[in-house]
Design a protein around this ligand. Sequence first.
Ligand code: AVJ
Length: 334
Amino acid sequence: MCSASLAFFVDLEPAVADFRDSVVTGLSQSPRQLACKFFYDDAGLDLFGKICETPEYYVTRAETALLRGIGPKIAALAGPGASVVEFGAGFDLKVRLLLDALDRPAQYVAIDIAGGPLRDMALAVAADYPGVRVGAICADFTTLTTLPADAAARAGGVALGFFPGSTIGNFAPPEARAFLRQIHAVLGPGGALLIGVDLKKDTARLNAAYNDAAGYTAAFNLNLLHRMVGELGVELDLDGFEHYAFYNEAEGRIEMHLRSLRDQDIRVGDRRFELGAGELIHTENSYKYTLGEFRDMAKQAGFDARASWTDDDDLFSIHYLAVADRTRPGHRIV
Ligand code: AVJ
């Protein structure tokens, strides 16, 4: 029988009003935009899982293979008794690989915006890792500036942030730097961050990864419109939009948009937005970095890159970043 329970579940889940406000603000802007964090309801998570299994989306396969390979090296850097804090805990495969690799990890704190799936995922981990204290925080991790007292690192072990999947790529570089600084403060002195970052590569390969032939990425993108209709009562034509994604080489990022197929209105309560045929709504950026670019950014955020690894095909990177020790001679925070 499964009798696992969580050490704590802190509910800071954003209200429906936040989604509505974000939609109204985003649609009022020029160019129009919708925030990518709202992709991940139950249907969106399910579609993202399908994307990860498509032959074109190399990201998840490359990262998990790399994670398996470097497990012992991560364990050596982290030492025994680590407290793992995962930012954006949608699926449990990667954290299981990490917990398996670490030397007697003491604690696992899962943070995610979607409460239901988060609870299920944390409970499943708790059931399989009886030696690990497991807790969860339902929150928009971009706004989390401190951890609840319940989630403090266990005595002796490192506070090890875990931010896989290249989710950092959703932020433009200045915001990515600011978010890394924020994580740096949350982890505190002696902490470290294990982060997965997608690498710059051949444009055709990138374009294919965000335009899979089975159409899961398109459905994932269009799911935002379904959520607006279902949760906010927005009036729009679900068949009036198409998925549009491409690699913007100058910016070093994949851009995802929803393209209006005709002149049409979107109504949100008493607000009306008039879209022209061909008009775009920007839904996601996914920045790609070279190893050097990312290490520089981490350094600017106050981290020491202790190790950086890439897979055999140079598709993906994982970095072990230590919170820089200001007291160590010769070290300077840029
Ligand atoms: C989960 C944000 C890393 O940017 O590759 C996948 C999301 N969007 N296909 C990414 C996503 C379209 C993914 N991240």
